[in-house]
Write a protein that binds this ligand. Structure first.
Ligand code: P6P
Length: 337
């Protein structure tokens, strides 16, 4: 009988990796795990509650907000506020940063950027959705924390990860020392270590892109898609096309099986669609820690300058060899926002 290691036990055991840690990051990760369990409970019974469907509002991205988007947003903010280890939350669902100014939180040293429920338009059709989070240390303890503490390059992240609410609910995260996956055991209400030291295969046979946008892709992306579709037994082509329309689900599959996920610039989205702070940076940190690669077609995602909180970026992410091959198609430079 292998030993069951819960997320809490794992975090404490790994705390030793951080000689100067006083437990704040451990407690912050615990707070995220707690909110994930609460959101999971609602996602799993969404069909039975008056919590499906549209909330009748739109977010800063101009996207229809689902009731569960708002519920998840509220739960993560509440958990971070009561946990006291985070001073600012930047949420994809909110135009401005949220200052957690309770007596404890206002002096906390961590910032959390979060996409509370990514892929939420899939909820009503029972397709996996996810939460994506990214943790930064405040740039300085001088004065009150603000936008400057949030708009840090991806290389400054101290932790990042996602929760996938799928056939099982998993929390996958990194603190810069590899990637570990935990599966929620509903019978004990704990995330238990199920995927230690996750590594993405160096190459794969899955490409993941919304080919419905084909006519709007730059020629270089069209050329790469055609490369994926050509018969060549030496390189196991044609690849399989898999696109769920939920970034967390598509990337989780590729992390385990190998593959490339692409959301490029299009004529309708000249800077790409996915958000740099809430989606691209955390996923890029995690995939690089798993041995993969993440670029905007030319530059490491993690090294991109942040000009605007809700900035978008094209992204080519996944198995190292596949991303490098895609880049060799001289992919178009995204327009600066
Ligand atoms: P499209 C979901 O809305 C999301 O932000 C990601 O989770 C997903 O990968 C992408 O957008 C899907 O976008 O344009 O293909 O529907």
């Amino acid at each position: 009988m292998t030993r069951v290691i819960t997320l809490g036990q794992f975090i404490i055991e790994k705390q030793a990796d951080f000689p100067y840690a006083k437990g704040e990051l451990s407690r912050l990760l615990r707070d995220i795990g707690i909110a994930a369990k609460i959101v999971n409970r609602e996602v799993n019974k969404a069909g039975l509650m008056d919590i499906l469907g549209k909330a009748g509002s739109t977010n800063i991205q101009g996207e229809q907000q689902q009731k569960l988007d708002l519920y998840a947003d509220q739960q993560f903010i509440a958990a971070l506020k009561s946990g006291g280890e985070c001073c600012i939350v930047a949420s994809e669902e909110n135009e401005h940063i949220i200052r957690l100014d309770t007596d404890v939180s206002k002096n906390a040293k961590y910032i959390v950027a979060i996409d509370p429920l990514d892929g939420s338009s899939n909820i009503d059709v029972n397709v996996p959705v996810g939460t994506i989070f990214s943790i930064y240390r405040r740039k300085s303890n001088e004065g009150s924390p603000g936008l400057k503490d949030v708009m840090q390059k991806g290389t400054e992240q101290v932790a990042a990860g996602y929760i996938i609410y799928g056939s099982s609910t998993m929390l996958v995260y990194t603190t810069g020392r590899g990637v570990n996956g935990f599966t929620l055991d509903p019978s004990i209400g704990e995330f238990c270590l199920s995927h230690p030291n996750m590594q993405i295969p160096e190459t794969g046979t899955i490409y993941s892109i919304n080919e419905g946008n084909y006519v709007h892709f730059p020629q270089s992306v069209k050329d790469y898609i055609k490369y994926c579709q050509v018969e060549d037994t030496q390189t196991n082509r044609p690849y399989a096309s898999r696109y769920i329309g939920s970034m967390v689900a598509d990337l989780h599959r590729n992390l385990i099986k190998g593959g490339i996920f692409i959301y490029p610039v299009t004529s309708r989205a000249p800077s790409g669609k996915l958000r740099l702070v809430y989606e691209c940076n955390p996923m890029a940190f995690l995939i690089e820690q798993a041995g993969g690669r993440a670029t905007n077609g030319h530059q490491r995602i993690l090294e991109l300058d942040i000009h605007e909180l809700h900035q978008r970026s094209p992204i080519f992410i996944g198995s190292k060899n596949m991303v490098e091959k895609a880049e060799s198609f001289n992919l178009i430079q995204p327009e600066l926002q």
